[in-house]
Write a protein that binds this ligand. Structure first.
Ligand code: PLP
Length: 390
């Protein structure tokens, strides 16, 4: 029997989502980005941002965005291959390539679009994609969009990846391994050196999402590739300009041929408007700051070490997910507990979002640190968790 209202199912679906405590909604942040944010008329300590270096609210970055807007307008007005290409885009692409130590780079409107389009351009029906089970949605959906056969290997498990390559590699024309380098909802990092060895052994392309690593890992902030000294290899390095870089947009860094190929074959770059002058100039200025101010990175890592030590000293039994990054997650038994914990933290003056399925398999509170957090703010966070945790 056909339903009379073809949209009724949407409300039923929403009811199911609410019953599972999976319902998500937005909240207004009414202040500049920073270690304190205004929510619902209250000032809260911010442990929920990806602005790891505090650059999204940096005066120099803001001024660069304003100057570019005055000079070039608010929009790029066209796709990069038609009327939307500016010298600013080229400058940013060169700055990214320099930071990453690659021949070239290409800037996208978002990191999501960079992953989606690049994966779909590099693999198709006759190919195999091996994907870490905990990869970000943009990698997973890029793999689906490509039409390739997709096999998920166990999270961070090199033995399982090797096994999949042994069994399946020869049945396919090309193979693409895709993985986040920093897993955004756990905080751990991928075993890159071992994955790289396997990719070479099995003649597989290797695509890395450095979204949460760029600006943070490696001596110059190039990412986990630099951290593990894996640069100079034929990699496809993807990332975002929206986290430590504090702007908006995404990028791919790699060889000249890779970038030229994407300019000709990557639909999510070709058929969309070029990044706005403001976002482009902001990202360019942030990268200059990152390259010339290693103290920012050092301060971030000092905060990570301090917070971990505070947890060890004061809350040794807190169920923290093992982390090697500024993302530290408190694992909780279910979605309702995570929501309650998030609300109690908010009442105590702390903003730290509850992350629930289907984003992650188990519910958690995700804490993310910034270089600009003060020691007293870390202590305030631990005080609040101690009081709530009991
Ligand atoms: C691992 C990862 N990749 C890609 C993205 C997408 O980047 P963007 O926000 O620039 O679309 C995100 C988060 O937003 C992410 O966490």
């Amino acid at each position: 029997m056909v339903e009379l209202n073809p949209y009724d199912w949407i409300d039923r679906s929403l009811e199911t989502i609410e019953r599972a405590n999976w319902y998500r909604s937005t909240q207004v942040i009414a202040s500049l980005p920073g270690t304190e944010v205004a929510i619902d008329g209250r000032k809260l300590l911010n442990f929920g941002s990806n602005d790891y270096l505090g650059l999204a609210g940096d005066d120099r970055v803001i001024r660069a965005a304003m100057a570019a807007t005055h000079q070039f307008g608010t929009g790029s007005t066209g796709s990069r291959l038609t009327s939307g290409h500016k010298q600013l885009h080229e400058d940013l692409e060169q700055a990214i390539a320099r930071l990453k130590g690659t021949e070239a780079a290409l800037v996208f409107s978002s990191g999501y679009l960079a992953n989606l389009g690049t994966i779909a351009a590099l693999a198709s029906k006759r190919d195999l994609i091996l994907s870490d089970r905990s990869n970000h949605s943009s990698l997973k959906n890029g793999a689906l969009l490509s039409g390739a056969t997709v096999i998920e290997y166990k999270h961070g498990d090199v033995d399982d990846l090797r096994q999949q390559l042994q069994v399946h590699r020869t049945s396919y024309r090309r193979c693409l391994i895709i993985t986040d380098t920093v897993f955004s909802m756990d905080g751990d990092i991928c075993p890159l050196p071992d994955i790289l060895v396997l990719s070479i052994e099995y003649a597989a392309m290797l695509l890395l999402d450095e979204a949460h690593a760029t600006g943070i890992f490696g001596t110059t902030g190039a990412g986990v590739v630099e951290h593990y000294n894996c640069g100079g290899k034929p990699l496809v390095e993807i990332g975002t300009l929206s986290k430590a870089i504090g702007s908006l947009g995404g990028y791919v860094a790699g060889s000249f041929s890779l970038i030229n190929f994407l300019k000709n074959r990557c639909a999510s770059w070709i058929y969309t408007t070029g990044l706005s002058p403001a976002d482009t100039a902001a990202a360019l200025t942030s990268i200059e700051i990152i390259s010339t101010t290693p103290q920012l990175q050092q301060q971030l890592w000092a905060n990570v070490a301090d917070l971990k030590q505070l947890f060890i000293d004061r809350l040794p039994d807190l169920p923290l997910i093992p982390s090697a990054s500024p993302i530290i997650c408190l694992e909780l038994p279910d979605a309702q507990t995570a929501l309650t914990m998030g609300n109690k933290l908010k009442q105590a003056g702390i903003f730290a979002p509850a992350i629930r399925p289907p984003t992650v398999p188990t519910s958690r509170i995700r804490l993310s640190l910034m270089a600009t957090h003060q020691r007293s703010q870390l202590e305030q966070l631990v005080d609040a968790i101690e009081t709530i945790w009991g």
